[in-house]
Design a protein around this ligand. Structure first.
Ligand SMILES: Nc1ncnc2c1ncn2[C@@H]1O[C@H](COP(=O)(O)OP(=O)(O)OP(=O)(O)O)[C@@H](O)[C@H]1O
Ligand SMILES: [Mg+2]
Length: 219
């Protein structure tokens, strides 16, 4: 069970404004992996994560999810892979602002036709310690709490992979530690393979494997 990135390059723009954001990247996210990706701003980290998560396609090279090449898949098939296999923890602006915490966590369950959605979402909120905030809107939660809702939602369909982009970005050290503990627990106790993009050295230091990207290349 792996996400395999094979010789991936990504070009943005054409002609004079053409820019290679990624160059010949090879990377494997294997079962039980916990990998951090570090590198300067603009080095290609988010671009790589988007490609690994089938949110974007490479210009050259390929991405295989559990051995299946994603190259020729249509939008429907790609969104099925994302829904069934991958949890995304990007920044909190991906929460629906008009839905409370519980409703946000229930959302992915609706698409996959779970029968006990409310119960399931409540258990997920409990697992991130937010059972008493289930009726709060995102605007009524702290940054760290919002990020925990995002993690609960990412776990909803029991993904094998969780891809995170600066999950502790705007948080103080205590909240940041909580988020990190949650991710580590998912990795060690549930065997979820996790990628964490971070500029925080403390976060990177707890991961089993670290990757550094500079100018679109792994160094
Ligand atoms: N849609 C786009 N069109 C053109 N250039 C883009 C586009 N998206 C990203 N880029 C460029 O590609 C490069 C890599 O961007 P990316 O967002 O992957 O960087 P990053 O490592 O995530 O940076 P940060 O740490 O600031 O989030 C940057 O130079 C950026 O300007
Ligand atoms: Mg980024």
């Amino acid at each position: 069970m792996t996400i395999e990135v094979r010789d991936v390059s990504k070009q943005y723009g054409e002609g004079k404004v053409a820019f290679w954001a990624l160059r010949n990247i090879n990377l494997e996210l294997k079962e039980g992996d916990l990998i951090s990706i570090v590198g300067p701003s603009g080095s290609g980290k988010t671009t790589l994560l988007n490609i690994m998560g089938c949110l974007d396609t490479p210009t050259n090279g390929s991405v295989l999810i559990d051995g299946q090449s994603t190259e020729k898949l249509g939008d429907g098939e790609l969104s099925k892979i994302r829904r069934e296999k991958i949890g995304f923890v990007f920044q909190d602006y991906y929460l629906n602002d008009s839905m409370n915490a519980l409703q946000n966590v229930m959302l992915p369950l609706e698409f996959s036709g779970h029968s006990n959605r409310k119960e399931e979402a409540t258990i997920l909120l409990e697992s991130v310690g937010l059972e008493n905030k289930s009726h709060n809107l995102p605007s009524e939660l702290s940054g760290g709490e919002r990020q925990r809702v995002v993690i609960a939602r990412a776990m909803a369909n029991k993904p094998k992979y969780i891809l995170t982009d600066e999950p502790t970005g705007n948080l103080d050290s205590v909240s940041s530690g909580n988020i990190l503990d949650l991710l580590r627990e998912l990795n060690s106790e549930r065997g979820v393979s996790i990628v964490i993009i971070t500029h925080d050295k403390d976060v990177a230091s707890v991961t089993k494997k670290q990757i550094k990207i500079v100018d679109g290349m792994i160094v």
